[in-house]
Structures are given as C-alpha cells and as structure tokens.
Design a protein around this ligand. Sequence first.
Ligand code: ATP
Length: 761
Amino acid sequence: MYLKSIEISGFKSFGKKSVLDFNVPISSIVGPNGSGKSNVAEAFSFVLGEQSIKSLRGKRAEDLIFNGGKDAPRSNRASVKLVFNNIQRILNIDFDEVAIERVVNRDSSSEYFINGSPVRLKDIIELLSGAHIGASGHQIISQGEADKVLNSNIRERREMIEDALGLKIYQNKKDESVRKLEKTEENIKQVESLRKEIAPHIRFLKKAVEKIEKMAEMKEDLTKMYHDYFRREEEYIKFEKQDIFNGKNPLLENSRRLEKELIEAKQILAKSTSKDSRSDEVVNVEGKLKETRILKDNLMRSIGRIEGEITSLFRMIKKQNEANSAMSNKTVNLSQVENISKQIDLEIDGVTESHDFSKIKEIFASIKKILKDFIERNKENEDKQAIIDLENEIKKLEDEKGDHEMKLKEANNLETELSEQYSFLKNNIEKEKDSNRDAEKSLFRIVAEQNDIRGKINSLESRELRLKHDEEELNRELQEASILVGVCALRYKDFWPKDADGNVLSLDQVVREPRQVQEDKRRVMEKIKIRLEDAGISGGDDVVKEYKETTERDTFLERELEDLIKSSESLKNLIKELEDKLATEFRNGVTKINIQFQQFFSAMFGGGSATLSIVKEKKKKKSDTDLPTESDGEEIVEEEEDSEEGLDIEVSLPKKKIKGLMMLSGGERALTSIALLFAISQVNPPPFIILDETDAALDEANSKRYGEMITELSKYSQLILITHNRETMARAGIIYGVTMGSDGVSRLLSIQFEEAVQVAK
Ligand code: ATP
C-alpha cells in the first residue's frame, strides 16, 4: 500500500484533527448527507496542490478553514497531511515515508511541507507527478463529476489523459522551455537592438581611431624629420656664425684702420680749406705791397718836385737878388724856363704813370702854380720881402721834403717787410699744394677700399641677418614642434644626419648642403603639420579608450548573442524532443487506454465499442470541441499551423444504434465515464484513486458490475470510495463513518459493514 493516512485539521468541517488510515486496498467512507464526506475528498485535492478555490467549493481561501460551530471555535488555519509509504520509492525522494502537508492561513497564504520542511508548490507537483498523481485530479473523481471526462473539450480531455499518463512532467518541461525560449528570443532581440544601437557609434569611433593612428604615424614621421631637420639646421647655423665671424673680423679691423687713415687724410685736406684765406692773405699782401710802392713812387716824385721847387726858389732868390741889384727891365733866364719845363715834365711823367683822374687834376694844378709862380717871380720887384718869402717858401718845402723822405723810408721798410711776407706765403701755399695732392690720392684709395670692405661687410651682414632669421625660425619651429608632437621632437641632438642610404654624413657635407634641400624638407614638414592640425590632436586617448571599451562591449554582446542563439537552438531542440516524446508517449498511452477502455466498456455494457481518438482542430474552432465531431478512428487530422491536438471519444452501445456521447442516458454516461476512468487508471495506475459517489446513478445490476471492476482496479491502485452504495461498501476492507454533531464538526469512526449499511441508509 502506498497511501498510509490522511490527517485533516481545521479544514472545512473538520474542526478537530481527524486521521484516516488506509492500510487496505479499498477503503470506504460512508455517512449521512452533509456530514463531511466530500470534504475528505477535497482535503486530498487540497493537499495535492489544487489552486482553484472554486473547485474546492469555496470563494476565498478562508472558506477552506473551519469556520466554527456551536461550542467549537473557528480555526486559524487549515492543514492536511498526506502520508505515503515510500519504501518502493514511488516518490522520487530518499525517504521510506513521505509526508506532504499543505497549510492555508486566514490571510490566504499557503505553505507546503515535505516531511516537515517548507517547500514550494512546484516541488510538490514535481514530486507527485513522478508517481502519476496530478493536479488535474484525474485520480479524484468528485461528486457529480464522474462524467467530467466526457463533458470536457478535446484539449481538457487531452490534458487529463496526459496527466494520467504521467506526461505532465514533460508538458511542464516543455512549457518551461517555451517560456525560456520566449525569454531567450526577447533577450536576442534586446542584444541585437543593443548591438544595432552601438554599431554606428563603433563605426564612428573606428574611423576616429584610424584617424588617430594615422596621426600617430604622421607624428612619428614628423618627429624623425624634425630630428634630421633641426640637427642640420643647428649645425648650419653654428657653422655660418663662425664663418661670418671669421670673415667679418679682419674686415672690421681694416675698416677701423682705414677710418683712421681717412681721418688723417681729411685732416690734411681740412687744412687746405684755409688755402683760400691764405690766398686772400697773399692777395692782401700783394695789394699792400703795390700800394706801398705807389706811395713810395708818389713820395719820391713829391720829393723830386719839392727839390725842384726848392731849386727853383733858390734861383728866384738869386734872380731877385740880381734884379734887385740890376735893372728892372729884365729878361727871363732860359735856364729858368728850362727848369720850369723840367718841373712840368716831371709833373706830366707822374700823370703818364697814373690813370687816376684826380691825380691828373692835381698835376695840372701844380703845373699851373709853377707857371704862375714863375711869372710872379719875374714880375716882382727886387725887394727883400720877396726874397724872404722865397726863403720861407724854401724852408716850408724843405720841411715838406723831410716829411716825405721820412715817409719814403717807412714805405721802403714796409715794402721789404711785405715782400718777405709775400714770399713766405707763396712758399707755404706751394708746399701745401703738394701734401694735399697726396692726401687726396689717399682719400680716393681709402674710400675705394672702404667701399670694398663695406660691400663685403654688407654681404656678411645680410648673411648674418638671414642667419638671425634662420635661428629665430628654428627656435619658433622647436617650440611649435614640442607643442605638436611633444618634447621628443627636441631630442634631435641624439641624432646625426644620414644620407638616403643610411650612411652617416660628415659635418662638411651637412653644412655645405644647398639650403634649398632644407627648404624643401621644411615644406614637406609644413604640409604634415597642416594635416595634423586639421585633423585635431586633442582627446585622442579618450577616443581610443572609448573605442576599446565599446568594441569589448560589442564583442561581449556578440558572444552573448551567440550563446543566446545556441541556447535558443538547444531550447528549440529540447522543445522538439519533448513534443516528440509527448506525442509518442501520448499516442502509445492512448493506444493502451483504448484497449482497456474497450474491455471495461464491453464489460459494463455487455458489448459495444468505445474508442479514444486523437484529433487536431484549429484553435478558432475551439468552441466546437465541446461537441466533438465524428472522426475515423485514430486517424490524425492533417497538421495545421493554428491547430491543437485533443482527444475525441466515440462509443457504440451494443444492440443500439446509438453513436456519440450526446445520445447516452445518465446511467450510460456514468458507466462510460467509469469505464474510461478505470481504463486510464489501468494503463498508468496512480497510487490511489478517490471516487466520490461515482456509483450514485447505477442501478443494482450495474452496481454489481461496478463493484467487480472496483475489485479489479484495486489490484493496481488503492481505492477510497465515498459511497452510499451497499455493493460498493461490501468490497471495502475498512469503512469510515463520518458524522456531524450539533457543533458542526465532522467526526470519524471506523465501523463494521453492517453499521455502515445502517449509516448509509
Ligand atoms: P452528501 O452526502 O450530501 O454529499 P457530505 O457528507 O459529502 O454530504 P460535505 O459536502 O462533505 O457533506 O459537507 C458539507 C458540510 O460541511 C456542510 O454541513 C457545511 O456546512 C460543512 N462545511 C463546509 N465548509 C465548512 C467550513 N469552512 N466550516 C465549517 N463547516 C463547513
């Protein structure tokens, strides 16, 4: 025996703990109406995990808990414990005895226990399904539900048979796999959409990273070029500086020397600038000399004239004296006349040498006076006074002569002095003229040399200027390079230029290289710099990092997707396998049931035929399944996408032309359903079967047949029969009587058959 006992406590009318032991193949429960017999059957459903309160004849979970009665307080919880003998391990759990318990509290919470340990409902269902005890309740036929299997639609009927055949476990697995598959497919969609979402970002980042890598390459190339260029440039500048210095130094020295020479020459020439004043001086001395000579001449002439006059006066005095002594009528002495003529000639001589008109006038006046004086002297009487006057005149003239002679002496001295001065000046001027000529020659030479040097210095200075510009440019480029490619660009001193074949160049080769070569390199570098700047250089590391992270994420998603696809495939395979297994087992099960069904049916009706057939119907025609259509035996309806498989029942009563369930009488329906239930139970016998007044509609003859079948059935499953039927009771090994007192509490008592018959009545 598998079923040992049931303990009911606080469940429905069982306000007090009641235990029913089932250590016989057939146990019977009898009692008057309303005493609580069906509550026992429901206690079985309850403990096996029934979730529908309605099918337990309640509205709420609370309805399952003893509500109290007269002198009996209501319970807070309802509990039912079913105890199995598991020595044969009909339940897949390593205990010889297994107690399954369910408790429901007033707050509607349910608790499940296996051997006192709390478990989930799922664990109970799994454990029981392995022993062909299912939640669909095929082994518990409630009161009035005997023909439930006939009234069900094809799908419900199929589920019931699957349950009875122990296929529920596969069905559950399949359902779970389908749920998992749905979830997996949802995840696949999510992962695919995630990958789709990040794909453009990855593409963008990839391009950016390629650009960055390209830039890094360009930077590397540029750095190498910088090293070569900077080193060459620095060597060139160093060399040029020294070369210019070497060239410029002697030129500057020469220039300084020439400057000195120039100053000297200029000084010499500057002196000649006084030449004009000296010439003026010469002219001045010349003029003075000339004036002095004229003065001298005039003085000498005056002295001559005065001497003439004095002589003349002396003669006149003589004449006077003679006149005075001689006759008054006197002739003029020729010598006197000649003397006068001489005086006049002298005067005229003075005129011929002078162009001065006033002088001429003066001479004429003096000639006039000479003549007048002569006439006067001759006219005069010989008197003393005239002689005195003449002597006074002579005295006066001699004074004048003396004055003139003194002046003449001074003029002579002055002339000598001026002549000397003149000669000196003339001499000096000549000498200066010579040295000026030399200085001028030097000046020309110096200027020419200076021009030459200046030209050379100018060319060196323009080289210097270019070099300065080159040096500034180098510094600027160094600065720019350190910003653009980093400080590594400044480590050019560690490198030495090589030729295209990698041969190390000499310093001379480096510095003598045509500048155009460096310029060409600079242009190439400039182009790379522009490309680098255009590409932008900031945030490169972040982009690479982000690209790495994003691609890693994408790879992770890709792997996840692969895993999901794999698991979806394996789930599909599993579902397929389960479906195949279900289909095969189901077909095999149905075939076996059909054999039993036919036997029980013909045993019940004394002939006829009954068959279960597998049918497929479209889902939308589901309502039709309530009224199953006739079909040709076990032939399977062609598969349709939206179709579902179900079970149809075909019966044919002996000696009657009745075909189809609809046309059966109440008793015939009860017998058919009992035959089917028994057939199902025979094929895959559950450990126990509870039949709640399944025999109620049977007449005496049928009750007998029913009793025989029960005996047959009890060989495979323990039977618990709730009945009022005497025939049925007679086959029980133990009979429990259920009574309900005035307190509304159901009570149990083990009774004898006779008592039972009594009670049942
Ligand atoms: P019958 O022979 O007429 O089918 P029965 O013996 O099968 O009757 P049950 O249907 O099992 O009787 O029991 C019904 C009784 O149980 C009713 O009297 C009902 O009042 C009682 N009952 C049901 N639920 C509760 C509950 N929660 N608390 C107390 N009594 C309850």
